[in-house]
Design a protein around this ligand. Structure first.
Ligand code: PGA
Length: 259
């Protein structure tokens, strides 16, 4: 029998939010998440300036929080960068690394992303490593080559013990913020490929959580999360509305009972 993996739902607020609206959103999500926290893992990755606010509002609640990027360094002359240890001081436990927007707009290479993943682990954060192909790459039939190479860069740098503690988010670039999600079959196909790649490195990596991201909504979450190798979602736009985010969490809970 396959090992039971817990489902995750992580919000990626991107560069959205202001103090007043954050307070309302965090409160509503924390209230709704309380009833589901035994069944699934729920978290939000907020803009860094709001870490203190997030910590103040979520401490003691069953909702994790984190950041959307970290530096590869612990400290030093790196203007504008934020160290993983700084996020930890505000109770963060999660760090998204290698989001496609950072790869595209900040020229982050897979090697840099791998070193950010390792840095997060060393600081005690769980890295959520994002990988995914562009539309051109999918249409050229290179999806597996692209996501395989992105995953390999991380697996090559980490020890097996470190790799056991990462989370992967497969986010096809063409599905992010477009309203056009991958179909459950398309996503499952890539997730199965990624699972096999992890197991090729070490059998123990079968337990690594593989999240799907890209236009996840309350309407499509159930079928996506019902796939054998999809362990939940990384949610952008829909994480900014508490009802939508909680409805997606509810679907993850339903899917986790169904297995
Ligand atoms: P989206 O974003 O849900 O708005 O498509 C997902 C992401 O970029 O993590």
């Amino acid at each position: 029998m396959a090992e039971q993996r817990v489902k995750w739902v992580i919000g990626n607020w991107k560069m959205h939010g202001r103090l007043a609206e954050n307070a309302a959103l965090l409160q509503a999500v924390a209230d709704g998440a309380a009833a589901m926290a035994d069944a699934i893992r729920i978290g939000v990755c907020v803009p860094t300036p709001y870490l203190a606010q997030t910590q103040a509002l979520l401490s003691g609640k069953s909702l994790a929080w984190g950041v959307q990027d970290i530096s590869t360094y612990t400290h030093g002359a790196y203007t504008g960068e934020v160290a993983a240890e700084m996020a930890c001081e505000f109770g963060a436990t999660l760090a998204i690394v290698g989001h496609s927007e950072r790869r595209a707009y900040h020229a982050e290479s897979s090697e840099l992303v791998a070193s950010k993943a390792r840095r997060a682990l060393q600081a005690g954060l769980t890295p959520i490593v994002c990988i995914g192909e562009t539309l051109e790459e999918r249409e050229a039939g290179t999806t597996e080559a692209v996501v395989g190479a992105q995953l390999d860069a991380v697996l090559n740098l980490l020890s097996v013990e470190e790799a056991q503690r990462i989370v992967i988010a497969y986010e096809p670039v063409w599905a992010i913020g477009t309203g056009r999600s991958a179909t459950a079959e398309q996503a499952q196909e890539v997730h199965a490929f990624l699972r096999a790649r992890l197991v090729q490195k070490d059998a123990s990596l079968a337990c690594v959580a593989l999240l799907y991201g890209g236009s996840v909504k309350p309407e499509n979450a159930q079928v996506l999360f019902g796939q054998a190798d999809i362990d939940g979602g990384l949610i952008g736009g829909a994480s900014l509305k508490s009802e939508d985010f909680l409805a997606i969490c509810e679907q993850a809970k339903v899917a986790s009972h169904a297995h």
